[in-house]
Design a protein around this ligand. Sequence first.
Ligand SMILES: CC(C)(COP(=O)(O)OP(=O)(O)OC[C@H]1O[C@@H](n2cnc3c(N)ncnc32)[C@H](O)[C@@H]1OP(=O)(O)O)[C@@H](O)C(=O)NCCC(=O)NCCS
Ligand SMILES: [Zn+2]
Length: 203
Amino acid sequence: MARVHALASQPAAIALAPVAGADFLRFVEQTSFDPADKSRIKSQYEKELLAGTEGFGAVGIVACGQLVSAASFGTVLLPRAGAVSVRIDVVATAPHARGLGLARATVAHLLLDRLDRGEARIEHASVVAVHPLIRRIVESLGFVDARMGTSFPVLQTTLDDAGREKLRAELQRQKSLALQHVRTECARCSLRRRGPWCQPRGT
Ligand SMILES: CC(C)(COP(=O)(O)OP(=O)(O)OC[C@H]1O[C@@H](n2cnc3c(N)ncnc32)[C@H](O)[C@@H]1OP(=O)(O)O)[C@@H](O)C(=O)NCCC(=O)NCCS
Ligand SMILES: [Zn+2]
């Protein structure tokens, strides 16, 4: 009985949580530097994220107490009264935690969270998919090229009731699959001699 209690009171190793705008921007600044072309990813909603404007925000995955992956979003009003479009803004995973499905889980969580809060008002979702992995993630969710004549690729999906239901089911499937994997890894973090996988070496 006492043992069960001790286990239950341990903090969850993996948690999904909203991320404050300033913290998100700092995380992106620290994780998105590409040494190959010395570029960084920039959010198109920096101002709104810092101001905490309604309809804009970020969510992330916290592993063993630290942020390992996060994504931001914005909301655009559509011409039809009350209808909105969700724009996925920036997705970033800490370099030491890449390739484990965290970006996929973060995007899935973000969209599920938006769908839960926006109900039937979300009729469209889009992303500027410059990164091939982001393209791969949203294509698996049914996003297609918008052909907007812009220099950067925009992928989008239009949603009705049936579309939202289908998307939700796929998001739930992808999110739980990816999280199951890292949750299992993090359950063993305290036992690892060389330190937890979810923290950068040397910290
Ligand atoms: C792009 C980025 C967010 C991907 O994060 P991630 O957590 O490693 O992504 P995931 O592990 O969820 O990978 C998604 C898919 O790509 C695959 N993948 C991941 N790393 C890969 C690699 N190095 N080579 C080939 N495929 C890879 C995964 O297997 C997965 O595919 P699958 O689910 O179909 O098997 C991360 O590289 C990053 O933060 N880059 C810098 C910021 C950036 O450029 N963001 C994108 C623009 S907003
Ligand atoms: Zn861990």
